[in-house]
Design a protein around this ligand. Structure first.
Ligand code: AQP
Length: 332
């Protein structure tokens, strides 16, 4: 059976990259698969989180997912720490994955930067926990943005090594689902960097909670170049900021960049940015408003997460017992 698992960190404002790269695809997939969508608070604490902010952010991200269209009754929506099986399986995977594999992970290098010696052990082992998140449910498909491709390859390596070490056919090899024209939304200030929650510039990203004025201002200030839009994709070569705005626009209208450029080629950015603003406001405005309404009802949000946690444990419980038996642990 096909089962989707995907996660998102409660580490700050949800942004357009999270929405176009992941959340919108989650919404589209929910009718066709059994889906587990997880607010990954265990991943969040791999870097310091203020406890009150973590709690608020977990509720806000949950509200954002529901506001964007995730149905908490049809899907399993929960925060990761509700199910201890993630951490138990991650420990087993810490003993399966090899140091050399983790040393190659580019996200650790980017996040730890020059202060590698000072990074938490959790940040280094993050990909093993991510593999456990998925495989605790024998997830088969993982819809993510392009930045997570390397972690999913590691998840496949771990599954393969576990199956081969114990001579079993326990874990599936997960398939990444990297969908749509905006699989890597870039910063509005620098088209070579990913749009990200931790970018110090507020102008680098559009948040799902931004109102019309903020969206318009950020798009107006977005870096571009002096040339008009080309009519073909080849004309975006060496123009990362222009390419980024074209993929965002394409994603909003569900067309390919080729189709978009056939329509808008030759226009100046000032005009294009006005249209892009209208599109962004029409899609994100209602989500932001609904998110605000939901986040004020923390009892409702906490209830959804608890209910999701219970449903998640019902699936992972028997899988964990199978794994414990394979590894040779006495059953609890
Ligand atoms: N810029 C992006 N373009 C496309 N997809 C993106 N995703 C994140 N940024 C982009 C996708 O969103 C999902 C959840 O991401 P996350 O919050 O769990 O982790 P992240 O990738 O670490 O997000 P940020 O914003 O970059 O956070 P910080 O700044 O804390 O590192 C994933 O599917 C991801 O691919």
């Amino acid at each position: 059976m096909n089962r989707i698992f995907s996660g998102i960190q409660p580490t700050g404002n949800l942004h357009l990259g999270n929405y176009l790269g992941a959340i919108r695809n989650w919404v589209d997939l929910q009718g066709d698969y059994e889906c587990l969508y997880c607010i990954v608070d265990l991943h969040a604490i791999t870097v310091w989180q203020d406890p009150a902010e973590l709690l608020a952010s977990t509720r806000e991200v949950t509200a954002g997912l529901i506001a964007a269209g995730i149905d908490p009754e049809k899907n399993i929506l929960f925060n990761q720490s509700q199910n201890p099986d993630h951490a138990s399986l991650a420990w087993i995977f810490n003993c399966v994955a090899r140091l050399g594999w983790l040393n190659r992970m580019t996200q650790f290098k980017e996040k730890a930067g020059k202060h590698r010696e000072n990074a938490s052990v959790g940040l280094y082992a993050y990909p093993n926990l991510m593999a456990a998140d998925i495989l605790a449910y024998k997830g088969t498909h993982v819809p993510v943005g392009d930045d997570q491709k390397q972690h999913l390859e590691l998840c496949r390596d771990i599954a393969q090594k576990f199956n081969s070490d114990f001579d079993v056919d326990c874990f599936p090899l997960v398939e990444p689902m990297i969908l749509g024209p905006a699989t890597r939304v870039m910063s509005l200030r620098d088209g070579r960097n990913k749009m990200s929650k931790s970018d110090p510039s507020e102008y680098s990203r559009i948040n799902l909670t931004d109102g019309r004025e903020d969206i318009a201002l950020k798009i107006r200030k977005a870096k571009t170049d002096p040339d008009a839009l080309p009519s073909e994709v080849a004309g975006l070569e060496g123009r990362p900021e222009a390419a980024n705005l074209v993929s965002i626009y394409s994603s909003f209208i569900s067309k390919s960049p080729e189709e978009t450029l056939a329509e808008v080629g030759g226009r100046q950015f000032s005009e294009f940015k006005r249209d892009l603003t209208e599109l962004a406001v029409s899609v994100l405005g209602p989500i932001g408003e609904e998110m605000q309404r939901l986040v004020d009802d923390s009892d409702y949000i906490d209830g959804i997460l608890r209910q999701g946690g219970t449903k998640a444990r019902v699936i992972s419980g028997p899988i964990m017992r199978e794994i414990q038996e394979i590894v040779g642990f006495v059953q609890p």
